[in-house]
Design a protein around this ligand. Structure first.
Ligand code: PLP
Length: 403
């Protein structure tokens, strides 16, 4: 790119998670029996009533633009659902902006809040797009390493250590991609109080909130009173909880003035989200029956997580991993296998694809290439076969290392 394109994209690199899925798809096209545990999306279909609502909207002729901020019906349904998930607290639909996936809400928030010479704290490991989006805003991402003793989460002391006058905000993701770690209510509160004291913005990405293995949804910023939320943007969406990744529906809940500015930005970039998808999402958020579908998916993820954790303990003893409390990822360390010819998790994942046709995502995508992410959003058979292949490759590489 050197000099050919603008500085806006100087730090841009393609999404590493998508690169793995592409490689898996390429091999599959060649007839290879690939097991893909790289993807970050539920393997379940969108609940039928939700898909039907999208089809009906199309047939009714709901095929025009909506307001940039989204259908009032959808914003009201999201506000009601958020309120129900948060013990009945008031959620104002006027502060909600529907976007083309949660990713766009992260982008809108970063572009509105951060700019040149600003720094943004990102607890690490982190979802691959955060640093890229911060760069697109011309600001500087600052990775704050999480503590392995503490499921790779960060504490207020960790955040404080990396904070100087240039830091303007923090992107917090719980439940976390790639670790599955979940911040407890008291940890979350401490971080919000600290951010308030420091005058920092918090972008809270709660896209996996409903995929939680504790009681009820994972702790949320919405569990706290308004005075802690004056500089908080909640971003979330339908992709993960409702198995709706392809529909591209996300949203941001922001203080009024910021919501207006994000709306103006979106009005000049993509306009409102897909109209028919918005009608499908009305059903997803409004229907109590669909909550039953969500619960069934979460129960399946929980069973898979339990099986996976048990198999790691039994068949890969000594391999360090974060015990997932939410989302659908298992993050484990592979550097005990490193040699001169296998110096990174990226190389480990390359060997896995070549030797065993198993696709996982190297930690390079999340900021630390000693780790690997396995997604258990895959059928039981796929998951079983995937772990069989992983264990086989691990033993092979361990044998090579010992030679
Ligand atoms: N935030 C996190 C932490 C994610 O893992 C993802 C998707 O992988 C997203 C946001 C993007 O979600 P969406 O499909 O709604 O854009």
């Amino acid at each position: 790119m050197n000099g050919l394109f603008s500085r806006n994209v100087a730090a841009l690199t393609p999404s590493a998670t998508l690169a793995v899925s592409r490689e898996a798809a390429r091999l599959r096209k060649e007839g290879v029996n690939v097991v893909d545990l790289g993807a970050g999306e539920p393997d379940f279909p969108t609940p039928k009533s939700v898909a039907d609502a999208g089809v009906r909207a199309t047939q009714r002729g709901e095929t025009k633009y909506t307001a940039t901020e989204g259908l009032m019906e959808l914003r009201s349904a999201i506000a009601r659902r958020l309120s129900l998930l948060s013990g009945g607290r008031a959620v104002n639909a006027d502060n909600l902006i529907v976007s083309n996936g949660c990713k766009q809400s992260v982008f809108n928030a970063c572009l509105c809040l951060f700019g040149a010479n600003d720094k943004v704290l990102i607890p690490s490991p982190a979802w691959t797009s955060y640093p890229q989006i911060v760069h697109l805003a011309r600001a500087m991402p600052v990775a704050v390493p999480g503590d392995q003793e503490w499921s790779l989460k960060v504490s207020v002391a960790d955040l404080d250590r990396w904070t100087d006058d240039a830091v303007k905000g923090l992107i917090l993701n719980s439940p976390s991609n790639p670790t599955g770690a979940v911040y407890t209510a008291s940890e979350l509160k401490a971080i919000l109080e600290w951010a308030k004291r420091k005058g920092l913005w918090v972008i809270a990405d709660e896209i996996y909130r409903q995929i939680h293995y504790g009681v009820g949804p994972a702790p949320s910023v919405l569990d706290f009173p308004d005075d802690l939320l004056e500089r908080v943007v909640l971003v979330d969406g339908a992709s993960k909880s409702f198995a709706m990744t392809g529909w591209r529906i996300g949203f941001a809940l922001a203080p009024r003035e910021l919501a207006r500015t994000m709306n103006a930005l979106q009005s000049h970039t993509t306009s409102g989200a897909n109209t028919m998808a918005q009608w499908a999402a009305v059903e997803a958020y409004a229907s109590d029956a669909v909550q039953g579908d969500v619960a069934a998916m979460v129960a399946a993820f929980r069973t898979r997580r339990d099986t996976l954790v048990a198999r790691f303990r039994a068949e890969l003893p000594g391999v360090e991993f974060v015990e997932p409390m939410g989302a659908f990822y298992l993050y484990f360390r592979v550097d005990s296998l490193f040699t001169k010819t296998l110096p990174t998790a990226t190389e480990f994942c390359r060997r896995l694809i070549v030797d065993e046709a198993l696709a996982l995502v190297p930690g390079a995508a999340f900021g630390d290439d000693r780790w690997v992410r396995l997604s258990y959003a895959a059928s039981d058979e796929m998951l079983k076969e995937g772990v069989d292949r992983l264990v086989r490759e691990w033993k092979r590489l361990d044998g090579e290392r010992a030679k």
